[in-house]
Every structure is written in structure tokens, then in C-alpha cells.
Design a protein around this ligand. Structure first.
Ligand code: KIV
Length: 263
């Protein structure tokens, strides 16, 4: 992929064929969209992690379609080259007719180039319907945060043979349904390797080892901007919490002591 090439769903497939790794970061507003674009990252994922790292909820379950449309549109105003992929929030795709309308809203009102939804075989029919109206769909299997209560926490999935087989099957079902990429979250590296080798479409890993076709991280984890927890698999490239806190304290001192403004 050349630096200024616009990233598309077929472009991601070509990257897999060429063996070129796909880079993905989450984005929630105009500035992150622009920065992701400028840094040459392939995909700006408007994740429903928005609910936790931006809106301060305990889980992603409270995120609404209105939240996703507003933040996707903000990211899309900044990201012109990177592909903007928007998460479908909890309960926005489990009902067929709603699913197509909601996916359509993320594309038409939000400017997304694809939508992502969580689940395997149980959502395959919905994936197919959304794909059939012309909207590229990313799947998301393994640890699926919208099922956190059912899974009993943010735990690694697919550790035993039965669960590993189920996740492999889900990946194939999603590909069969027309998904153009699949996020593999928090599964053993060996399982992610086998799934990646078995699929024609790219896998994007998060806490799933080095063998996926691409990697995604939550931007707030990369920048040290989330104070509640940092997943062990995340790599922190900067500590913006500390940098921002220092700047805010300096501003506070300047105002309190009459050092700003000077005139
Ligand atoms: O919501 C999100 O940010 C995601 C990524 C962690 C894959 O789904």
C-alpha cells in the first residue's frame, strides 16, 4: 500500500495476498481521524470502546446508535485516506430490519466505509443481509466485549479444544456470509495462526499474537490515556495522561498566579 493510496475493503484483501500487514487503531473524533491518516495507518476503527475510554461507562453496552453515528462522522471528517470502519453497538444489529437500517446510517450519516459487528454463526445471516445491500462487514470473534456478562469478564477465549473448534467454525461461517475481515480478540496465538491460514479474508488481531494479517489496539491504551486498566497485550507508545496532567497543572498555576494572560 503506497502512502497516499485510499484504503478500501478490496485493498485489504490485496494486502493479505501480498503478505503486507494491516495496521488499525481506534479513533473517536476528528483529531484522531486526521492523525491516523497522517501517520499512514490503514484503518481508523470507530470502536464501541468509545463507551469506556471516551464516555466513561463501565462496559460498551450503553453505547447507542446516536453515539456511533456522531463519532463516526467526526472521524470521517478527519480520515480521508485511512478506511473508516464503524462498530455496530449492542442491540443495533440483532434484529434483521434494524440491522440493515443501522448499518446504512453508519455509512450514509457517519461516512463509514464498513461496519463491524460481534458474533459468529448466530449473526451470519445478518452479515449476509448487510453485505447484500452493498456494505462491507467486519466480523469480531473470540472475546466479544458486548457479551462480557455472558463470558464472565474480559477473558481469553478458545483455550480448550472445543472452544477453539467453535471459534474456527465461526470464522469460516463469517467468511461464508461475506465478511471482508475478521477481528480476533484475546485468543491463543496458535489458534489465531490456524484461523488466519484457513481464511481468504484478513484477520485483525488484538491480544491474539503475531500471526494475524493485521493488528488493532485501542488508541487510549497506546497513548496511556485510559486510567482504569491497560490490557497486558497492549503496547504503550506514549504517556499522554502524564503529559496532559503536567500541562493542565502549569496552566492552572499560571491563571491562579496571574501569569496568564500577560496583557
Ligand atoms: O471497540 C473496539 O475498540 C474494538 C476493538 C478493540 C477491536 O472492537
Amino acid at each position: 500500500m503506497k502512502k497516499n493510496d485510499v484504503v478500501t475493503a478490496p485493498g485489504l484483501m490485496e494486502m493479505k495476498l501480498r503478505g503486507e500487514k494491516i495496521s488499525v487503531l481506534t479513533a473517536y473524533d476528528y483529531a484522531w481521524g486526521r492523525l491516523i491518516d497522517e501517520a499512514g495507518i490503514d484503518v481508523a476503527l470507530v470502536g464501541d470502546s468509545l463507551g469506556m475510554v471516551v464516555l466513561g461507562y463501565e462496559t460498551t453496552l450503553q453505547v447507542t446508535m446516536e453515539d456511533m453515528v456522531r463519532h463516526t462522522a467526526a472521524v470521517a471528517r478527519g480520515a480521508k485516506r485511512a478506511m473508516v470502519v464503524a462498530d455496530m453497538p449492542f442491540l443495533s444489529y440483532q434484529v434483521d430490519d434494524d440491522a440493515i437500517m443501522n448499518a446504512g446510517r453508519l455509512v450514509v450519516e457517519g461516512g463509514a466505509k464498513a461496519v463491524k459487528l460481534e458474533g459468529g454463526g448466530e449473526v451470519a445471516e445478518i452479515v449476509e443481509k448487510i453485505v447484500n445491500v452493498g456494505i462491507p462487514v467486519w466480523g469480531h470473534i473470540g472475546m466479544t466485549p458486548q457479551s462480557v456478562h455472558q463470558l464472565g469478564g474480559y477473558r481469553m477465549q478458545g483455550k480448550d479444544a472445543d472452544n477453539a473448534e467453535r471459534i474456527k467454525r465461526e470464522a469460516l461461517e463469517l467468511q461464508e456470509a461475506g465478511a471482508c475481515a475478521i477481528v480476533l480478540e484475546l485468543i491463543p496465538a496458535q489458534l489465531a495462526k490456524e484461523i488466519t491460514a484457513s481464511l481468504e479474508i484478513p484477520t485483525i488481531g488484538i491480544g491474539a499474537g503475531p500471526h494475524c494479517d493485521g493488528q488493532v489496539l485501542v488508541t487510549h491504551d497506546v497513548l496511556g490515556l485510559y486510567d482504569r486498566f491497560v490490557p497486558s497485550f497492549a503496547k504503550r507508545y506514549a504517556n499522554l495522561w502524564q503529559i496532559t496532567l503536567k500541562a493542565f497543572k502549569a496552566y492552572n498555576e499560571d491563571v491562579k498566579r496571574g501569569r496568564f494572560p500577560v496583557k
